[in-house]
Design a binder for this molecule. Structure first.
Ligand code: ACO
Length: 363
């Protein structure tokens, strides 16, 4: 029996195709590299959600304006509770915020979910820094507004583009653990909010979307390229996993790693901001060499989380909020999969094989 459901096809989807052998990702007909270069948070949400709701708006521009209004709605609904929510870690706070929104299967419910991480993530970060949350501006794009609500002044074009590249790159990825979770919950017809909260709970773990914070911790601990090899070998000797490496499906390099690296390079070209890119490149080379030596035959390559850490750090997000930004990017994928499950699937109910004690006969 496959303990981790390896190789099991549990759903048919029109949403994304993950080709692990060749390192290719296609999202509704578009290679991830193209989306990372050209798409926005709104255009990728439009791409993923089209056809799944009776009352959806026509084009990407209409969707952008509806998401802007939903950001205002989420802020209005939750502003009184933000301080209580923000007493938890950012990802637990985001989960608590999602849980305070009304559940549903209609487009307004989807819009609230698309807007919520973009509003809540900066608000939680600011409150934890002792600053007041900033209200959303519905006229701005999701990325521009998210960065402004984080820092105050309007973000540069280059920063907005880099955040859009990130959000588009992580928008969907086959039946990963969180998306599978979303589909299981949606298969019971519990509602999109329930599916998204369950998905976020699965995303939170370090074997999935909780990895980029620890990647940044690793880069900070290594600090200089010449220290990388010793530090990494020490971590492996202690039985630790190197965060940002390895993948269940990709046995070659995760194509999202290069898409994100290109986005960081663009950002660094446009703005001479301090980025850990040079250090990260050196650590990546050292990690791949060390993994090949210490884990021969395992085919452990760089995954999406490695350059996620460098990009989100350069954009000013603190490490403990990286999973929340990931959730902002993955939300359209979760919603689209949940709707696809509701519309075309049936209750997901696998079986287990009992290996426990035999029934004891009464003496
Ligand atoms: N560092 C060191 N060793 C590793 C790593 C790693 N990053 N990843 C896997 N291995 C080793 C395992 O220890 C195991 O070796 P062993 O058989 O000698 O014990 C072997 O490689 C196979 O590992 P599995 O557990 O079978 O791999 P699995 O497919 O279950 O795990 C996972 C994939 C969870 C991503 C894993 O590679 C990992 O833990 N990586 C680090 C965390 C990480 O980067 N998470 C983000 C993933 S991307 C995403 O979810 C968006």
């Amino acid at each position: 029996m496959m303990q981790g459901l390896d190789g099991i096809v549990a759903a048919e989807t029109v949403l994304s195709d993950v080709d692990g052998a060749n390192g290719r990702l296609v999202i509704r007909g578009h290679p991830v590299e193209e989306l990372a270069r050209d798409a926005t948070a709104e255009s990728v949400a439009h791409l993923l959600l089209s056809g799944f709701f009776a009352d959806e708006p026509g084009g990407a521009n209409e969707l952008a304006s509806a998401i802007g209004k939903a950001r205002e709605e989420v802020f209005r609904r939750l502003s009184a509770q933000l301080e209580v929510i923000a007493s938890r870690s950012p990802v637990e706070a985001l989960r608590a915020g999602l849980a305070l929104l009304p559940d549903g299967d209609d487009f307004p419910a989807a819009l609230r979910l698309l807007a919520a991480p973009a509003v809540l993530t900066p608000a939680i970060i600011r409150l934890q820094r002792g600053e007041a949350p900033l209200a959303p501006d519905p006229e701005m794009s999701q990325s521009a507004d998210m960065l402004r609500m984080l820092s105050g002044p309007p973000a540069s074009e280059a920063s907005q583009r880099a955040l859009d590249a990130y959000l588009a790159t992580v928008s969907d990825h086959g039946l990963n653990a969180s998306t599978f979770t979303a589909r299981v919950v949606a298969s019971t017809q519990a509602g999109l909010g329930s599916a998204a909260i369950a998905a976020l709970s699965a995303l939170k773990g370090p074997l999935h979307g909780g990895a980029p914070g620890p990647v940044l911790d690793m880069l900070k601990a290594i600090d200089a390229p010449e220290a990388a090899e010793t530090w990494l070998a020490g971590a492996l000797a202690r039985g630790e996993r190197l965060m940002g490496f390895g993948h269940r499906i990709y046995k070659v390099r995760d194509p999202r790693a290069d898409a994100l690296k290109a986005a960081i390079e663009e950002l660094s070209k446009a703005e001479a901001r301090t980025s850990r890119l040079a250090l990260a490149e050196a650590v990546e080379v050292a990690a791949l060499r060390t993994l090949r030596r210490k884990k021969p035959g395992r085919r452990l390559e760089t995954n999406v989380e490695f350059y996620t850490a460098v990009l989100l750090d350069a954009l000013g997000f603190p490490a403990d909020s990286f999973t929340c930004v990931f959730a902002a990017g993955r939300m359209p994928g979760w919603i689209a999969h949940a709707r696809e499950q509701e519309l075309t699937g049936r209750l997901m109910r696998p079986q287990s094989r009992y290996v426990g004690p035999e029934t004891k006969e009464a003496a």
